[in-house]
Design a binder for this molecule. Structure first.
Ligand code: ADP
Ligand code: ZN
Length: 554
């Protein structure tokens, strides 16, 4: 048995070197591959983007007899993978929607061969359970011991707790039911503990039949910073400056935008000042998109201004900065988008611009969405995710890595980040200037003020509350007699940022409610706040605050 195991390992290493042309395994790769080859467990592989997940199923697929089926959500991802495999001389095929009937027949013919040469077949999830032809093929291969394995790429798409739920993914469960003895490999780069549990539960992968390979998600080469957006287009002007600065000039970056219009506008703005920039969004036709991707890969553009549609499956190692002109929709999404920087392991920068206006704009869009996916439950999850991003942005005290990695269930000690000399996060750079402050009294004032405003004036907004607390002399405040309220000017010495964070916390904790309304005539968005279910604080409220002059990091 020992000998057999040894020769097994030898073949594995031999293929690893000769076929894939690689020398050293990355963290968890060898362990996962060995485990897959044993065929006793299902695998769940959680690795950051660029960590090398593909090898964890491609090497076993090459070594095991039969065909491995890989479910992958996007044609571009599949194309990327099959091209790579074919260039390594590994027989594979893609059954995607764009195949001609002749191409499809040819692939099926190859699969039905008595000893199929094909090692991997990629499919998109909508085919599963729908296509009789495919079902028959699975059964045929299964009966002939030629169904090697099922792989689910981007497996977080199966959970509606994730940021990227795809209803078609739920159908993958059918395969688990039909072929209970065929091993599965689930791969993802994003999964909170909750999504993890949900994913394994939906796939009926109990602890005793599956092995988890989970890797630290810390990206030590990335610098994380958040900036409060100034006046309109301030963030864009700042981005333009950065692109031309000594730090970034001539280097590649991605600028994530809120909408197609913002992509176009940003690309035009940057082009205008001499940066080779290109917009990329869902409005482009397939040919244009492929074109942009190719030219980007060849370093013909310095900057891509993109909506989130850009990046999945694009493996460009030398992206030196990722700038979010608007807030991302979830922490997981942010981790993944910002994670496209510095894949080569060299230092890279992740800058995020945020504003209260953007926050409520996005929140309103979520609420207004009307589609089959936008159930009330789903909206609640998405609004919660957005709140978390906003809280992350407002937090000017805690280590960004600690905050980000918390979402992946990882405990990260900020002392580690503080040890970095070049890549410390913004908050760890400012660490000497923070202290813990008890805000309980202030929070009580906020709640009673909101209560009074809603009773007296029918409505209250966050900005109005902060203006009153800080004793603003604005016309609107004076004219309405708000300066006569007992809470007027009680928080004069507290910074706006701290007050915003306090209110945000009170909303997240349910002490305050937020209702969003839109003015149809002008398209402006206003968020009204009112007192939540309980208007009594049940626990003390503390916040760490930055004692440095507010906003000096912007
Ligand atoms: P993921 O799917 O986790 O985002 P990939 O599997 O696409 O990552 O791998 C990212 C890059 O790392 C690819 O270019 C791949 O060839 C490379 N890679 C994977 N494993 C290794 C390794 N052991 N040594 C060197 N490069 C590797
Ligand atoms: Zn830090």
């Amino acid at each position: 048995y020992r000998d057999k195991e040894f020769s097994h390992t030898k073949t594995m290493l031999e293929r690893f070197h000769a076929l894939f042309g690689l020398r050293k395994f990355r963290s968890n790769q060898k362990e996962a591959i060995d485990c897959a080859l044993e065929r006793r467990y299902h695998l769940f592989v959680l690795m950051p983007t660029g960590g090398g997940k593909s090898l964890c199923y491609q090497l076993p697929a090459v070594l095991d007899p039969g065909i491995t089926f890989v479910v992958s959500p996007l044609r571009s991802l599949i194309l990327d993978q099959t091209q790579k495999l074919l260039s390594l001389g590994i027989p594979c095929a893609a059954l995607t929607g764009d195949r001609t009937p002749a191409e499809v027949s040819a692939i099926y013919a190859q699969c039905y061969a008595p000893k199929p040469k094909l090692k991997l077949v990629y499919i998109t999830p909508e085919k599963i359970g729908q296509s009789d032809q495919l079902n028959k093929l699975f059964s045929h291969l299964y009966d002939n011991n030629n169904l090697a394995r099922f792989v689910v790429d981007e497996a977080h798409c199966i959970s509606d707790w994730g940021h990227d739920f795809r209803p078609d993914y739920v159908k993958i469960g059918i395969l688990r039911d039909r072929y209970p003895r065929i091993p599965f490999i689930l791969l993802t780069a994003t999964a909170t503990p909750r999504v993890q549990r949900d994913m394994l539960h939906q796939m009926k992968l109990d602890r005793h039949i599956s092995k988890l390979f989970i890797q630290s998600f810390n990206r030590s080469n990335l610098v994380y910073k958040c900036f409060l957006k100034g006046k309109t287009d301030g963030a864009l002007a700042r981005t333009a400056q950065l692109c031309l600065s000594e730090q970034f000039v001539g280097l590649c970056g991605i600028v994530y935008c809120f909408s197609r219009a913002e992509c176009e506008k940003s690309a035009a703005y940057l082009t205008n000042i001499g940066v080779t920039a290109q917009a990329y969004h869902a409005g482009l036709i397939d040919q244009e998109r492929t074109d942009v991707q190719t030219r980007w890969a060849n370093d013909e553009y310095q900057v891509i201004c993109a909506t989130i549609a850009f990046g999945m499956g694009i493996d460009k190692p030398n992206v030196r900065f990722v700038i979010h002109l608007s807030m991302p929709k979830s922490i997981e999404g942010y981790y993944q988008e910002s994670g496209r920087a510095g894949r080569d392991g060299e230092q890279a920068y992740c800058y995020l611009f945020y504003s209260y206006q953007d926050f409520i704009k996005t929140k309103r869009l979520i609420m207004a969405e009307q589609s089959a996916n936008a159930t009330n439950e789903a909206k609640k999850v998405r609004i919660h995710n957005l709140h978390c991003v906003y809280a992350y942005c407002l937090n000017n005290v805690d280590c960004r890595r600690t905050l980000l990695l918390e979402y992946f269930g990882e405990q990260y000690l900020s002392s580690q980040c503080k040890k970095y000399t070049e890549t410390r996060c913004d908050n760890c750079c400012n660490v000497a200037e923070t202290k813990l402050v008890d805000f309980t009294v202030c929070a009580k004032h906020v709640i009673s003020l909101v209560d009074q405003l809603t009773k007296q004036f029918k409505s209250a907004t966050i900005n109005q509350v902060i203006d009153i607390l800080k004793g603003s002399k604005q016309r609107a405040i004076i004219d309405a007699g708000l300066d006569k309220l007992e809470q007027f000017n009680i928080a004069e010495e507290v910074s706006r940022n701290s007050l915003e964070r306090l209110l945000s916390k009170l909303i997240l904790d349910g002490y305050l409610h937020q209702d969003i309304s839109i003015n149809d005539a002008y398209g402006t968005v206003t968020a009204y706040i009112r007192v939540g279910k309980t208007n009594m604080l049940s626990t003390p409220i503390t916040l760490s605050v930055c004692t440095k002059k507010e906003n000096s990091n912007a």
